[in-house]
Design a protein around this ligand. Structure first.
Ligand SMILES: Nc1nc2c(ncn2[C@@H]2O[C@H](COP(=O)(O)OP(=O)(O)OP(=O)(O)O)[C@@H](O)[C@H]2O)c(=O)[nH]1
Length: 350
């Protein structure tokens, strides 16, 4: 079965993923959303109330905080990037906690606890610990009298540190589980290279705004069914493993190589001219022919390539590469075929 037939049967990942699933999958996004909602639904009305009661300093602080927190959450949803919004929210929380300490309202100090807790889900643990310590120390110094001086201070500090330790333990567990889950779900266990899911995740971002003309190629082992039938499924698996290793050894670090499914692989060459891309594919094809064997028999592959034409979606580029692969198979296999864009000319065969 060819790639085009498989891709057309399913919509892209982004289209299938609803907001609830995104929140369940990404805890950083969930915490940013919670912070954003708190900012918009709680802090913003408070800012209005402060302004109405002529408490201008608090009104300005609440307005700024609600804008920054709400903006960070919206940015995370729009771009899928939770790193910078996480830092911005964590720093804003420190600022907010200091502002609470400055305002010297005893009851408002209870906000320090969720603030410290959230930080461990927004930035790396070392940063959360540093920012948390700065937030607690600032609040304690600024509300020294409200906390009851040396009598109340240990209670405030110890309970906040415990909140931080608890948040650290839970966030570390969550982080480890997520990286394990990502390894299991994004890496092909047989060949050790990225699978189709990883390809879709990685392609979702860079293709939209690309200017350089990268190339997508679909690689397909020739007569793989016969290999399985003649030498057995284990030998077929060994061929897939060897082939993946040989192809990877012939690529640059910036090139991306995925097992699309079965005996089909996708290769993304982000840099260079079409002639260079074809040369890379020819080198890969030759290396596979020379180095991958089943019994005494050489294993060959066919490849179809298409140059990406920004701003086309990757799926359409992949379909053109797949059409080129179809031609490579039809013309006798063990070859690389380039599907030129309209008006372009294929580089000479090597
Ligand atoms: N050993 C092994 N075989 C697999 C795996 N995944 C898919 N296959 C086999 O790959 C074979 C693909 O066969 P076809 O799609 O007919 O393609 P082909 O025989 O390579 O023929 P051409 O592509 O036209 O050259 C099927 O027999 C699948 O069972 C795998 O993980 N391991």
């Amino acid at each position: 079965m060819t790639v085009a037939a498989k891709t057309s049967s399913r919509p892209p990942v982004a289209a299938r993923r609803d907001w609830l699933a995104a929140l369940k999958e990404d805890y950083a996004l969930a915490v940013l959303t919670l912070g954003g909602l708190l900012a918009i639904l709680w802090l913003a009305p408070f800012a209005v109330y402060r302004a109405l009661t002529h408490n201008w300093v608090a009104a300005v602080a609440d307005t700024l905080l609600s804008l920054v927190l709400g903006g960070a959450a919206i940015h995370a949803w729009r771009t899928g990037d939770t790193r910078w919004p996480g830092w911005i929210m964590a720093l804003s929380i420190v600022g907010g906690i200091w502002a609470i300490g400055y305002s010297a309202e005893f009851a408002a100090l209870f906000w320090v606890y969720p603030g410290v807790l959230m930080m461990f889900f927004l930035v790396p643990a070392w940063a959360a610990a540093t920012l948390g310590a700065a937030a607690i120390a600032g609040a304690a110094i600024l509300s020294w009298n409200e906390l009851g001086g040396t009598e109340g201070l240990p209670f405030f500090v110890i309970t906040n540190v415990l909140t931080g330790v608890f948040a650290f333990l839970v966030s570390q567990q969550a982080h480890q589980r997520i990286s394990r889950w990502q390894t299991l779900s994004l890496i092909d266990p047989l060949t050790g290279i990225g699978n189709r899911r990883l390809m879709e995740v990685e392609f979702a971002q860079p293709f939209a705004g690309r200017r350089a003309a990268g190339a997508l190629a679909v690689l397909d082992i020739d007569h793989f069914k016969q290999i399985n039938d003649r030498f057995g499924h284990d030998a077929g698996d060994a061929v897939l493993r060897d082939l993946a290793a040989v192809v990877q050894a012939n690529l640059r670090k910036t090139d991306r190589f995925y097992r699309f499914g079965g005996e089909e692989f996708v290769l993304w060459l982000p840099h260079g001219e079409p002639a260079t891309h074809v040369a890379v594919l020819e080198r890969v094809r030759q290396a596979v022919r020379e180095q991958v064997r089943v019994g005494e028999q050489p294993v060959t592959l066919s490849a179809g390539m298409a140059v990406h034409q920004a701003p086309e979606p990757w799926q359409s580029c992949l379909s053109r590469a797949d059409a080129a692969l179809y031609r490579a198979k039809r013309e006798g296999r063990d070859r690389v075929v380039w599907q030129p864009a309209e008006g372009a000319h294929p580089p000479p065969r090597q």
